[in-house]
Design a protein around this ligand. Sequence first.
Ligand code: PRX
Length: 677
Amino acid sequence: MTEKQITTTSEAQIAVHWGEEQYYYPSYEFVAQANMTDPEIYNRFSLENFPNCFKEYADLLDWDQYWTNILDTSDAPCWKWFTGGKINASYNCIDRHLAENKNKTAIHFVPEPLNEKTEHITYQELYVRVNEFTALLQDFCGLKAGDRVTLHMPMVAELPIAMLACARLGVIHSQVFGGFSGRACADRIVDSDSHILITMDTYFRNGKLIDHKQNADVACELAEKDGKKIDKVLVWQRYPGKASSKTPMIENRDFFVNDILKDYYGARVAPVPMPAEAPLFLMYTSGTTGKPKGCQHSTGGYLAYVAGTSKFIQDIHPEDTYWCMADIGWITGHSYIVYGPLALCASTVVYEGVPTFPDAGRAWQIAQDLDVNIFHTAPTTIRALRKIGPDEPAKYNYNFKHMTTVGEPIEPEVWRWYHEVVGKGKAIIVDTWWQTETGGFLCSTLPGISPMKPGSAGPGLPGIHPVIYDDDGNVLPAGVGKAGNICIQNPWPGGFQTIWGDRQRYVDTYYSRYNKDPDSKDWRDWPYLAGDAAVEAEDGYYRILGRIDDLINVSGHRLGTKEIESAAMSVPEVAEAAVVPVSHEIKGKEPDLYIALRPGLTGDSEQAQIISDAICREIGKIAKPRNVWIVPDMPKTRSGKIMRRVLGAISNNTDIGNVMTLANPDIVEDIKSIVSK
Ligand code: PRX
């Protein structure tokens, strides 16, 4: 192939080498109890019936004032859903359940230490605790609707309590993932212009009591340097009444919630009816460049969408015990630990710690003890649990009817372990593709209707109409075997409204690429660019290949990193695989492959050869990795995603940049020494 051909190959024209996987069908028992079994739903939510179809989701909620206009496009592409309506999210997640379910557990809080008891917070108790904290926010902090508050909380029940208290007043919460640094917290305080910070003194992670209060001090100091002064820091105590952090409290700035809360015992605050389009929260997410983007989510549209998708995709019934093992500091936790399940009056589990503490059986032990029947986690966790405890699930007597995977493409091998071993061959799986920006799921099978296909998310959800474009804006139809840029043709109620304080960046990043007319007020002219590469199979199922930037162009063939990784994972000894592009004079790029083996196994050159051969066999010689590096572990973000950027820098001998936000920064040196040998 000549160089000319390489450069003129369309970036979206990825030849997809993946083989098709077989279908798995939901069991009769599952279908018999499923919330949605009528395939007509796809017709009700067809493009012809858009946007009125979403009335069905809005009607899952209680409105203070019913809306008049389902979709206002006057400020396209900043969509406003259910305008004219007034609603309160806290009321919908708590108050409306009291009449019939006040004694039901809303939140099971599971502390990490084994010697601490699980706390079962009923809806009535949640009501009391949220009201008291709302009164504190209102009277002690002077907060009112529209103000922003930054939360930097670990995984404890006080986190949803604080979120719901903000929502009760119409205060916009911005929860920063608890594992993030004081610096990251400061950046988000500054961007959102918050004057109140809510935190906790300590929490448990992997058997250690972490002093978290010190991050608040760093955050306040750095925010002040950037011109934003925090007036009050509210510090929850991990052990109420006891100071467990060594970091001193700063007078007139830091307050123990426990001390102040005493003044508000018994207080009740009426939920403030908020316009449907009022922001409910900000969720920051990193872009490829520049500062984090504050994704602004609405009250009415967001809540309707997460309630609807929790009901139909998560199949949540009020009697279910639902455990999403994500962190509430990510969108998954906001939508599918807090707002969706509580809007449906389910019992939701909040687990403080890591799923492998003190051993690989912990997750299954919790599932057994709480009789969890809906389980939700990410491929990275599934891989980790498979790596260290492949036979653990069989030892526990839990009974999942439904399992979710989210956040990354899942390799078919890993999917099958999830299905056969974790789900005991019975539980259905939904592979949910979506993003911080989208508020809720975009692609997934409907569990009571569609068969599952390992490695494929599935079709667009009812009311979500994906389309794949090549770089020139041509549609790549189903079954052509080429991948391109996946877009959503229509707005949906859960979509973010804008990037906080930066409408231009919102338009540029997500809409300008395929926009047909920048002045248009017609939603049809504004396809949403998700930034992921995907391929649509003949059956309309989408397989997500990863971020557009993660693709590797080898001699003009764009290979999805995921398809190479999946091929590597077909070797039984492989626990995790990550591919990064390395520059090559002729081929453009070559894949470099990093492998972590299952525990107890040490790799040698023979093992590396087996893996390399497997890739050539499954995909073709074109994908043959330059090197197969067998490493002790992958560099990972706090949310468990493999940091391919770091591996890429090691492979290309370029600047690795800051690695302190990694969950395991020390691994970087270990990997470097392996690669430089
Ligand atoms: O690349 C896609 C991948 O994760 C990105 C969104 O990440 P984040 O905003 O952190 O949200 C994660 C939780 C929704 C997407 O652009 N992704 C998410 N879910 C899947 C996925 N890739 C493949 N399959 C999925 N099910």
